[in-house]
Design a protein around this ligand. Structure first.
Ligand code: SAM
Length: 249
């Protein structure tokens, strides 16, 4: 049952109207019964009925509950830096969908230049966009946008992930969906699984980069029959991963 955020702060909640009727008549609630209330934003609490009088239910908070809007599968989106403000779009949309972090990188065909010394403002802006998107999506954590890496620096980081998917439009064999099915059935039991998603720039990845990625442990995967824009591919792949893990829709 939803209560207002103001009510939610109190130790006693009063429920009236349709919800109170539902508790007393449909659920046959009585003093001592417990149920969960939500502030409709991000918090829940377990409450216990203390009185039902004249169509109104009064309940005491027993315990505040942890309610998470975070996905169980932790996906990092590594995006080869696109032109213009497309990186901002990637960060904003993928934060809404559920990415946990971002690693911009420079690959062979990256068109834009990135000078870390001169462009700290840009990194700051990306992190601000992640924060605002996280707030609007009621995320519990703000994804971090890392300092852009060179392709060669990114390769050794593959070992920190349970799966690395190299999105490659020229891939004729494995599709992301086929790669995800066995992965989802063998998730680590003791910690959240970590996935790294690699998306190329406007001109795509080179064959050599594909070879190097596979050698470093990535699976080259297709995302279907159509070629997606570089800023679209990450969103689509991320949504597919979270869908397969039962987190979307
Ligand atoms: N020329 C367009 C642009 O300027 O955005 C499309 C670029 S596409 C080559 C950019 C990246 O998106 C690729 O390197 C790949 O990572 C990903 N991508 C796009 N479509 C894909 C597909 N059907 N399967 C796998 N990856 C794809």
């Amino acid at each position: 049952y939803f209560v207002s955020p103001e009510q939610f702060k109190e130790n006693t909640v009063d429920i009236s109207g349709e919800d109170a009727r539902h508790i007393s008549k449909v659920m046959r609630g009585k003093a001592g019964d417990q149920f969960i209330v939500s502030d409709g934003v991000s918090r829940e609490a377990l409450v216990e009925i203390t009185a039902i009088e004249q169509g109104a239910v009064t309940a005491e908070v027993v315990r505040r509950l942890e309610m998470t809007h975070e996905p169980a599968v932790k996906v990092t989106v590594a995006q080869s830096l696109p032109k213009g403000d497309k990186m901002e779009t990637v960060i904003q949309k993928c934060t809404e969908i559920g990415a946990v972090s971002f690693v911009p990188f420079i690959s062979e065909r990256t068109i834009v230049q990135y000078d870390a010394k001169k462009e700290s403002k840009r990194l700051e802006r990306w992190n601000k966009i992640a924060k605002e998107a996280a707030e609007q999506s009621h995320r519990n954590t703000v994804p971090e946008v890392a300092q852009p890496l060179a392709w060669k620096q990114l390769l050794p980081a593959f070992r920190n992930y349970d799966a690395v998917y190299f999105c490659y439009e020229k891939e004729e064999g494995l599709q992301l969906r086929d790669a995800l099915r066995p992965f989802m059935q063998a998730l680590p039991a003791d910690r959240p699984p970590r996935v790294l998603l690699l998306v190329g720039p406007e001109g795509g990845f080179s064959e050599e980069e594909c070879r190097q990625a596979e050698e470093a442990g990535a699976a080259s995967v297709g995302l279907g029959k159509r070629i997606l824009r570089c800023e679209t591919a990450g969103m689509v792949a991320l949504a597919c991963i979270l869908y397969e893990s039962g987190e979307m829709g």
